[in-house]
Write a protein that binds this ligand. Structure first.
Ligand code: MSP
Length: 530
């Protein structure tokens, strides 16, 4: 649960969601990946003082969950209760600061889904028809014959589809062809561009109406007037993004957060989010989310991870071995968000040692240990150039002007960091933000080497230069901690606390927060080498 809200005044609202996960198996690293990314995004915007709402949860109806319960000799409700608890426990372990965990079996969600259904009926876009076709239960979706592999294999799950025939309600998706072409083709609703092109190619084939109720499924929300039918699980699930922020009764919360700023999804479910969902919202007369961002798949040995294939990576185990921050960091740094990424333990360990132990961990260790040793644990006052006395020119700001070339370089990097990070988050690029922050960490480490406080300390005439070097090193390190907090909240908050005795919240993301005289503490390494 989110207990880490900034206390500063809030600006505009920001609403970010993850998919709600099926509970047909224990949570795996693929689910964790989306959720960690959403968490970093939510934390960043909170740090910026925005009024953030971060929604995640579980998709508990449908044939998959029903079958999983049957296989375990449990009632569906017993099964989903147990699994929802496992998801919450993992999010707790991974420091996920969600504002609400929604479950589609909750009464409030069911009431909201029914209201959404009433609006669809009122739109005239629902009609009865019978249908027969190839159905993949794992996708919970019908496929056209030309979409299947070898005639009857689901292209996503690589397992045989079933032939289903039933009469049910259909939604007139075809009516929204032009509006969706406009939305997807002329705006940045779908990101990244590669996914937009994929959605456009589906649109070019012409949209077909799809069935929105099921007769062969018992575990779902009963359809008004047709007690032997339940809502199609995707219609039920998609409405969570509305019911999670109060639809329909809590108008105040709904208006505060809806429309969502971004739905984060995996690339496997873009059809539902980029075509079905906006069309359903248009029919229901509700505003559309601003963006859908689809990330790639994490693979192991080139294979999609799945419980059914038995090649999952256990996020609990990974976190127990390397620490939660390391898990969060690795996946967001190593995989360009939007592309696929293959997991290997060797790459994980290499990045842990290089980025976290050697670069960031070492920087915090240096800054705090040097101040403890050479400045009696108090942030010293800056004032004179550390290396050379060369002026950096009248066009630079006052703080640059007063100091030397080494400080000017560091400050230029510090001033460039906030807009670079902001731009990366604007593009939903956590890896881009981390690249910018890592670059700054390197600049700060180079500053330490260039000014060499350990040498200045031996020179009796260099007292003021030593203080300048230590102040700049400490403030640069604090800034690195502040910007790393959304990604590695435990280590970054601890680093920040050692340097300025404050939590890394809003208003502290600019140069100059560290006050001369402030107590600086050293401590054990934040990331011991593996
Ligand atoms: N219940 C639906 C979503 C409904 S949202 C209204 C669903 N659930 S799921 O549990 O199968 O997967 C949800 C998401 O988990 C995927 O879209 C993706 O975000 C993430 N991942 C599942 N496996 C993944 C990988 N191997 N790699 C990365 N993410 C993947 O679909």
């Amino acid at each position: 649960m989110n207990t880490e809200k900034p206390s500063s005044t809030t600006q505009s609202a920001y609403y970010v969601t993850t998919p709600i996960y099926y509970v047909n198996g224990a949570p795996h690293i693929g689910n964790a990946y989306t959720t960690i990314a959403a968490d970093a995004i939510a934390r960043y915007h909170r740090q910026q003082g925005r009024d953030v709402f971060f929604l995640t949860g579980t998709d508990e109806h449908g044939i998959n969950n029903e079958r999983a319960a049957r296989d375990r000799n449990l009632t569906p409700q017993q099964h989903v209760d147990e699994l929802a608890t496992a998801f919450k426990a993992l999010w707790n372990t991974l420091d996920i600061s969600y504002d609400r965990f929604i479950r589609t079996t909750e009464e409030q969600h069911k009431c909201g889904a029914l209201e959404f259904w009433r609006r669809l009926q009122a739109s005239g876009d629902l009609y009865r028809a019978s249908y027969s076709g190839a159905y993949c239960a794992s996708c919970e979706a019908y496929f056209q014959e030309d979409e299947l592999e070898q005639g009857d294999i689901c292209p996503i799950h690589k397992q045989p589809v079933e032939q289903l025939q039933e009469e049910n309600y259909f939604f007139r998706l075809s009516r929204y062809q032009a509006e969706l072409e406009q939305l997807v083709g002329t705006t940045d609703f779908v990101q990244p561009v590669s996914r937009r092109n994929e959605v456009l190619s589906v649109l070019r084939q012409g949209l077909r109406d799809f069935s929105v109720t099921r007769q062969n499924v018992r575990w779902g929300i009963p359809v008004p007037g047709h007690p032997d039918e339940v809502f199609y699980v995707w219609v039920d699930a998609l409405t969570n993004y509305l019911t999670g922020v109060g639809f329909p009764d809590d108008q105040q919360t709904l208006e505060r957060y809806w429309p969502a700023d971004v739905h984060l999804v995996g690339k496997d479910i873009i059809r539902f989010h980029c075509l079905y969902w906006p069309a359903l919202l248009l029919a229901a007369g509700l505003p559309l989310p601003r963006h859908v961002f689809a990330h790639g798949w994490i693979t192991k040995d080139g294979q999609k991870l799945s419980n059914s294939r038995g090649n999952s990576i256990d996020p609990n185990e990974l976190a127990a071995r390397f620490g939660v921050d390391a898990v969060r960091y690795y996946f967001l740094r190593a995989i360009p968000f939007g592309q696929d990424g293959d997991f290997t333990e060797a790459a994980f360990v290499a990045r842990y040692n290089a980025d976290l132990a050697n670069d960031f961990g070492n920087l915090v260790q240096r800054a705090t240990a040097l101040i403890s040793r050479f400045a009696a644990g108090r942030a010293p006052a800056p004032g004179v150039p550390t290396v050379s006395a060369t002026s950096v020119g009248a066009s630079e700001s006052d703080d640059l002007h007063a100091l030397g070339e080494a400080e000017a370089k560091l400050l230029r990097a510090a001033h460039a960091l906030p807009p670079r990070v902001a731009d990366a988050f604007e593009r939903i690029s956590p890896d881009g933000a981390l690249e910018a922050i890592s670059g700054f960490v390197s600049v700060a480490n180079r500053y330490a080497e260039e000014t060499a406080p350990w040498h200045l300390a031996k020179d009796p005439d260099a007292g003021r230069r030593l203080h300048t070097a230590l102040y700049h090193l400490a403030e640069a390190t604090r800034l690195a901690c502040w910007y790393l907090w959304p990604f590695i909240p435990t280590a970054a908050a601890e680093g920040h606390r050692r340097l300025c005795a404050q939590a890394p919240f809003a208003g502290l993301g600019a140069w100059g927060v560290l006050q001369p005289g402030a107590r600086v503490e050293s401590g054990p390494p934040l990331f011991p080498r593996v």
